[in-house]
Design a protein around this ligand. Structure first.
Ligand code: ZN
Length: 111
């Protein structure tokens, strides 16, 4: 019974483990690994710029020690769904960004 208590409980009743790891490269660069992917950043205390696992490039400006900082996304990856068209989930063909129904198969499109 004592051994059981020392085991990690994954999922189920509240205890979940999140995979997140940060590796420093030299003094200024850092690579972040998380469940959603790998990102990297470079910077000094008070200023940091990096790419997240979502592909967005953020710059962070702050005052070290105060917890005050400002994050701004300066570049985003071009996603298919953010382009001029979307893909119908039923037939997989291109549909208009604001179409409510697929013009090919007539399926209702989720926004
Ligand atoms: Zn369709």
């Amino acid at each position: 019974m004592a051994l059981e208590n020392n085991r990690y409980r994954v999922g189920g009743d509240g205890v979940s483990l999140r995979f997140r790891k940060s590796v420093r490269i030299g003094k200024l660069a850092r690579i972040n690994m998380s469940k959603s992917g790998i990102g990297g950043s470079v910077g000094v205390p008070g200023f940091r710029i990096g790419m997240g696992a979502d592909g967005k490039v953020r710059r962070t400006v702050g005052i070290p020690g105060t917890g005050m900082y400002d994050v701004k996304v300066v570049a985003s990856p071009k996603k298919k769904e953010a382009g001029p068209g979307r893909t119908c989930q039923s037939c997989g063909r291109q549909v208009g960004q604001k179409d409510r129904f697929c013009r090919h198969c007539g399926a209702r499109l989720t926004p």
